[in-house]
Ligand binder design. Structure first.
Ligand code: SF4
Length: 394
């Protein structure tokens, strides 16, 4: 079996929207990222925690200790990671204990290989945790990423996992409902979707022809938000056309932009800036790593700052020259929140620092009207609105 399915469940939101994308992506190498590596470690950590809880043994305990001391463990393990993964572990634990209360024959499967090839050619994946009991099958997926929020509602990856789990387990268990849950401790927490098996299978039937089309590489290229993690995005002509098209604005007046035109351009700004920045990064990476030459462009040495070869000796020289310690050393600084949470753990740090944490109001930011945050209230306007009667007398 190949290491990755061409139609990977994790990319289903993309190949369902843009059917030729999977075949096009296959032409590009896999890129390894620290984030992906950290995510893999977090999953391993979660699995070991669950095994230790449900099947305690010296062997599992040793595996946990070894994982923590491994090269990856030393790089990624922290109190912060343990605490985040605990949210996933306790979600699975609570759901399984609840399932056992309803049905003593409830079953928990961890890192279960799932085959969804009945709907998606060559489709397979791994379910982080699958629980089945008294007619209910639960799929629980840990998302360790923090930059992009992923929710369970209408999530094709989870639905494909559910189809694979149903295919495997329905031979042994009566299943009439499926609950799919994402635990994303660093962005948004827990979200769930529940479907009847008829609804899930109906969805599977609906995507079957689209998956077949994606497997053949047929259909139109459809750019959109799903392009963000497409391996072809820097080279994709359809995406370039789309970005350049949205940048074209027909101006009403040849000299001055109207308020409406500025608003329209603001709507497009983030998307175009991000697209062009990615393009620049890709071109630079290709030039540096692969010697690629881009017509009209060249590599030069970037700005460089002076560095001390021996900071201790440098300090000694200045002290001997009569400068005071307090003048030549920076004041000691407490670690920032992210680093300190890794060291201490999020909950413990919140308790310990309870009396010394404040959250000042953020600077105003211009965002689309659809943003869920409340509209910023200008303190200056609030002050201006105070009437003579309301004003505090001196
Ligand atoms: S970048 Fe977007 S439009 Fe192009 S192949 Fe990928 S998903 Fe499709």
């Amino acid at each position: 079996m190949a290491a990755h399915a061409l139609l990977a469940p994790s990319a289903a939101h993309r190949w369902l929207a843009c059917t030729p994308s999977a075949k096009l992506e296959a032409k590009f190498p896999d890129s390894k990222s620290e984030y992906a590596d950290e995510g893999t470690f977090a999953h391993k950590w979660g699995e070991l925690q669950l095994l230790n809880f449900f099947e305690p043994s010296a062997e599992h305990e040793q595996e946990l200790a070894t994982a923590k001391q491994s090269d990856k463990g030393k790089k990624y393990w922290s109190h912060g990671l343990e605490e985040y993964v605990d949210e996933y572990v306790s979600t699975v634990t609570n759901k399984f204990l609840e399932a056992q209360r309803r049905d003593s024959a409830a079953t928990l499967l961890l890192e279960q290989e799932l085959d969804m090839s009945q709907w998606v050619p060559g489709g397979f994946g791994h379910g982080d945790a699958v629980i089945v009991s008294d007619g209910l099958m639960e799929i629980i997926d840990l998302k360790y990423g923090q930059n992009v929020r992923v929710v369970a509602g209408n999530n094709p990856q989870l639905r494909l996992y559910a189809l694979g789990a149903w295919q495997e387990l329905s031979l042994v268990y009566d299943i009439d409902r499926v609950a799919m849950t994402i635990v994303q401790p660093r962005n948004g927490g827990v979200s769930s979707e529940e479907l009847s098996i008829e609804e899930l299978l109906g969805w599977g039937d609906a995507i079957k022809p689209i998956a077949a089309q994606a497997m053949r590489g047929d259909g139109a290229f459809v750019p959109g938000k799903h392009c963000t993690f497409c391996k072809a995005k820097e080279r994709c002509k359809a995406l370039a056309d789309y970005e350049l098209e949205i940048a074209k604005t027909q101006f009403e007046d040849v000299t001055l932009l109207s308020d409406k035109e500025i608003s329209v351009m603001l709507n497009q700004a983030d998307e175009i800036i991000s697209y062009l920045n990615n393009l620049k990064k890709y071109a630079a990476r290709e030039a540096i790593d692969n010697g690629k030459e881009w017509p009209g462009w060249k590599l030069v040495a970037g700005k460089s700052n002076r560095k001390l070869t021996d900071p201790a000796k440098a300090a000694e020289i200045l002290l001997k020259a009569g400068y005071a310690e307090s003048d030549i050393y920076k004041p000691r600084e407490v670690l920032g929140f992210t680093e300190m949470e890794k060291l201490v753990g999020r909950k413990k740090l919140a308790t310990l620092w309870n009396a010394v944490i404040i959250k000042p109001p953020g600077n105003p930011t211009l965002v689309p009207e659809s943003d869920e945050r409340p509209t910023w209230s200008n303190p200056k306007e609030d002050f201006d609105e105070v009437t003579d009667e309301e004003a505090i007398p001196f």
